[in-house]
Design a protein around this ligand. Structure first.
Ligand code: OAD
Length: 247
């Protein structure tokens, strides 16, 4: 693992433009559970029953009570870990780093990353289904569910539910970021949810090197990824950043 971290540090040092595609795994060491795999949210909850837009529109009280309220409480407590901080610190080396994250936790921005594309939206903001007024998550009262706007309308988090489209602007910026990078770091994603999972293919076809960081193999491993650094993201990043300091 150490020699691969050394190699990754050298690739980071040599790259002009770096893209990172991140998923739930990068925030596991910040205390946020992933969706799939051991301890994942979808182990106990069926995503089509609780994370599909049709399920939310049919019974917003149930979706807020079973999924969203608890998730919001976990996110409110979470702070960035060494992987989020490492990505932000790479910018301080004079690199352009574009982070495409599937996460809604805001931890890349909290760590100091300046260019973050929130592919699946955010939990930091909520919108009224009736009048479109926006409320920051910190202002939400969750004693009575679902939370409501002053107009009486129901509030939804500004994340992307299953069954919803990714905004064209987000898709466009992500594609551009993948096309322009010399190096893409794919960190903590199962790379199974489209269209986010297409970004490493776009980068690879445009000539970028793809480095994957994950404790488990994914459909990209040994195929689209040039190499795979096996392990938890924060631990791997501590080693990469130490190597970068030495090189
Ligand atoms: P997943 O839950 O599908 O995958 C998490 C990945 O993180 C897995 O590949 C794990 O092996 C890996 N992992 C676990 N612990 C890790 C650690 N400490 N360090 C690094 N990696 C670790 O999460 P995503 O790929 O982000 O979409 O899921 C994609 C989308 O599916 C989510 O954005 C969400 C979900 O349903 C929507 O809600 C629309």
């Amino acid at each position: 693992m150490n020699h691969l971290c050394r190699k990754a540090a050298a690739e980071i040092k040599a790259a002009g433009r770096i893209a990172a595609l991140t998923g739930a795994g990068i925030s596991v060491e910040s205390g946020i559970p992933p969706f799939r795999g051991k301890g994942g949210l979808w182990e106990t909850l069926d995503p089509m029953t609780y994370a599909h837009i049709d399920a939310f529109m049919k019974d917003p009280e149930k979706v807020w009570r079973v999924l969203l309220k608890g998730l919001k409480e976990v996110l409110d407590r979470a702070v960035p870990n060494a992987a989020h901080r490492g990505l932000a610190a790479i910018e301080q080396l004079g690199k352009k780093v574009c982070v495409i994250t599937q996460n809604v936790d805001g931890l890349h921005q909290a760590a100091g990353s300046s260019d973050v594309i929130e592919f699946h939206g955010t939990f930091a903001s909520n919108q009224c289904l009736a009048c479109s007024r926006r409320y920051p998550s910190g202002q939400l009262e969750l004693d009575v569910l679902p939370p409501r706007c002053s107009c009486g309308g129901i509030l939804r988090p500004e994340c992307v539910f299953f069954g919803e489209m990714i905004s064209p602007d987000v898709l466009d910026r992500s594609r551009r970021c993948a096309l322009q990078c010399d190096l893409m770091l794919v960190i903590g994603t199962s790379a199974t949810v489209q269209p986010a999972a297409a970004m490493p293919f776009i980068a690879k076809n445009a000539g970028a090197t793809i480095i994957e960081i994950n404790p488990d193999r994914t459909p990209l491993t040994g195929d689209t990824s040039d190499y795979f650094i096996q392990g938890p993201a924060a631990e791997i990043f501590r080693t990469i950043m130490a190597e970068l300091g030495r090189q």
